[in-house]
Design a protein around this ligand. Structure first.
Ligand SMILES: *[C@@H]1O[C@H](CO)[C@@H](O)[C@H](O)[C@H]1NC(C)=O
Ligand SMILES: *[C@@H]1O[C@H](CO)[C@@H](O)[C@H](O)[C@H]1NC(C)=O
Ligand SMILES: *[C@@H]1O[C@H](CO)[C@@H](O)[C@H](O)[C@H]1NC(C)=O
Ligand SMILES: *[C@@H]1O[C@H](CO)[C@@H](O)[C@H](O)[C@H]1NC(C)=O
Ligand SMILES: *[C@@H]1O[C@H](CO)[C@@H](O)[C@H](O)[C@H]1NC(C)=O
Ligand SMILES: *[C@@H]1O[C@H](CO)[C@@H](O)[C@H](O)[C@H]1NC(C)=O
Length: 492
């Protein structure tokens, strides 16, 4: 203020002097660093930084015009209590950040003269379905398209108050490739919203986290042919959306935090994944209800590289063939070449050796914090998986801890590997041979019974009745008691 007054005072003095000289004053040229915007914000290296400057009014078109010489490419107005956005001037801005501004309305064609704008961040504002009009994004006349903002690629509308989208909302944004709708209370994808999304043929990235979605309707993902990245985490989906089948180019899918109950190829209510040939990364974590993943449920993901299946407290079963798909002839199975496998903090008692075709080709693997069963069925984990885990992360197998049987509780698989422990089998009645007392007693009874039986048999044989009765050998009985270990060459 003082500066302003003294400037005015000097001006008056000068004009008095000038009057006396009877010459005219040249109109004062405002340099960009003296305009309202750069006095309130930091203008440096083509960036106008107004972050958290307590601005309560959007700058006028004149103030924006005075910035022309500065040639700003980034304008950050985030974290200011601005409620209304008004028209900006022609500037070479590429990124305009209006995040966290309490914005309620955007004047028609506000960004019309920002023909180079690629990124517009309107997240964390108060935009509603009624207030956010398609005209807000109106651009300049173009013979081919409808007044486009032709450079716009990324629009962030996350955490506003949108219950639905105007079906024409993106009519001026034909080249949009990334749309963020996270945290809007959509709850259902209604017809207008579906039309709006379907008007974005170039879309590659769609984020709809925390939108309260209960289902993904048919045809929703049909138009965006190039969709590569889809985040529908933290919604209310109870099964894997079959509409995903439309996303032929999807590479990344996030389904975290959905109440999906199970994946079962034979169930109509809880099916597995459709074929997604290009999917490389799948996230299914923090699923409070997920209990099991059945055979073939992930088999359609033939190019999967990163599988995140962690922090699912009820996930107790993953079928050994979850990822395996029968080859064309149906004789053998093919597996995707998994590079990263995350199975930590589930309720898994074992990890089957057949889940992945080549454990040695993993770059990252984490199976820690599961209630592991340590018997002969998981011997391969001690022998083969532990060294794989250790080679990727030092002490990575320290949190692979035995929960059952009781004799093994608390041992880490790392330790069992180091002492070359051979774990015993649990028989089919759940008896633990480790309970040596019981076993000894059993053996004793067996021996005691065997003597009279042998004696009787001997008698019968002597009388030549054995063949007549058709008695069979003892091999079949013992086979039923012990689970056969998988033939190594098939799986590893
Ligand atoms: C504005 O920029 C001009 C030219 O770079 C410089 O001479 C002047 O001192 C600057 N004024 C302020 C207020 O920074
Ligand atoms: C913002 O625009 C609305 C009309 O959309 C108007 O009623 C309101 O007074 C404006 N607020 C300010 C602070 O300019
Ligand atoms: C906009 O600003 C917010 C908060 O200052 C920041 O978190 C966000 O990353 C910025 N957006 C862009 C596109 O730079
Ligand atoms: C915005 O433009 C539309 C169509 O041109 C018009 O109907 C509407 O009244 C305009 N809104 C404002 C606030 O000027
Ligand atoms: C974990 O699995 C065991 C059986 O494997 C089951 O008894 C237990 O209830 C499961 N826990 C949860 C939280 O589902
Ligand atoms: C691994 O664990 C051992 C024993 O608990 C410890 O001495 C060592 O420092 C750990 N190494 C790393 C890299 O954490």
């Amino acid at each position: 203020m003082d500066r302003l007054i003294s400037a005015v005072a000097i001006g008056i003095v000068l004009s008095v002097v000038n009057c006396e000289d009877a010459t005219t004053v040249p109109p004062k040229v405002i340099h960009w660093n003296e305009t309202g915007i750069c006095r309130k914000c930091v203008c440096k290296d083509a960036k106008v930084n107004c972050y958290d400057e307590s601005l309560d009014k959007f700058f006028s078109k004149e103030e924006w015009t005075n910035l022309k010489e500065f040639k700003p490419t980034i304008v950050d107005l985030s974290e200011n209590p601005i409620t209304n956005v008004t028209v900006l001037a022609e500037l070479p801005v590429k990124v305009l950040n209006l995040s966290r501004c309490s914005i309620e309305s955007i004047e028609n064609a506000s960004f019309k003269d920002l023909q180079q704008m690629e990124v517009l961040d309107l997240s964390h504002n108060k935009l509603t379905t009624d207030k956010l009009s398609p005209h807000a994004f109106e651009g300049r006349y173009s013979p081919e398209e409808y007044e486009p903002l032709a450079s716009m690629r990324t629009l962030n509308l996350a955490y506003n108050d949108l219950h639905s989208l105007n079906q024409d909302l993106f009519e001026h944004l034909p080249e949009l490739t990334e749309l963020n709708l996270n945290g809007n209370p959509l709850t259902t994808i209604d017809y207008a919203t579906l039309i709006a999304i379907s008007s974005l043929p170039m879309m590659k990235v769609l984020k709809m986290r925390s939108c309260g979605l209960t289902e993904i309707p048919e045809k929703f993902l049909h138009t965006p042919k190039f969709l590569e990245h889809l985040d529908i985490s933290d919604n209310k989906l109870t099964s894997v959306p079959q509409e995903l089948e439309e996303t032929k180019n999807l590479k990344y899918l996030n389904l975290n935090q959905n109440p999906i109950v199970k994946l079962d190829m034979s169930s109509e209510d809880y099916p597995g994944f459709p074929r997604l040939r290009k999917l490389q990364e799948l996230h299914m974590c923090n699923m409070k209800k997920l209990t099991s993943i059945g055979a073939g449920a992930l088999a359609g993901l033939e190019n999967l590289k990163k599988l995140h299946l962690s922090f699912n407290p009820k996930l107790s079963f993953i079928d050994p063939k979850a990822l395996a798909r029968p080859d064309d002839i149906g004789e053998t199975y093919d597996w995707p070449l998994i590079k990263e496998l995350y199975l930590q903090s589930n309720n898994l008692s074992e990890v089957d050796s057949r889940l992945v075709s080549r454990w040695d080709l993993l770059d990252k693997v984490d199976v820690s914090n599961n209630p592991l069963l340590c018997d002969c069925s998981t011997q391969w984990m001690v022998d083969i998986l532990v060294p794989v885990v250790e080679s990727k992360a030092v002490n990575g197998s320290e949190l692979m801890v035995c929960k059952e049987p009781i004799e093994m509780k608390g041992y880490t698989m790392k330790h069992l590997h180091e002492i070359h422990r051979t774990m015993r089998c649990v028989d089919k009645y759940g008896n633990r041979p480790e309970k040596d007392g019981a076993m000894l007693l059993g053996t004793l009874i067996g021996v005691l019974l065997a003597v009279p039986i042998m004696f009787t048999l001997l008698l019968l044989w002597r009388r030549g009745l054995c063949a007549w009765m058709g008695l069979r050998g003892p091999q079949d009985v013992s086979r039923a008691f012990y689970k056969r270990a998988p033939a190594e060459d098939n799986y590893i």
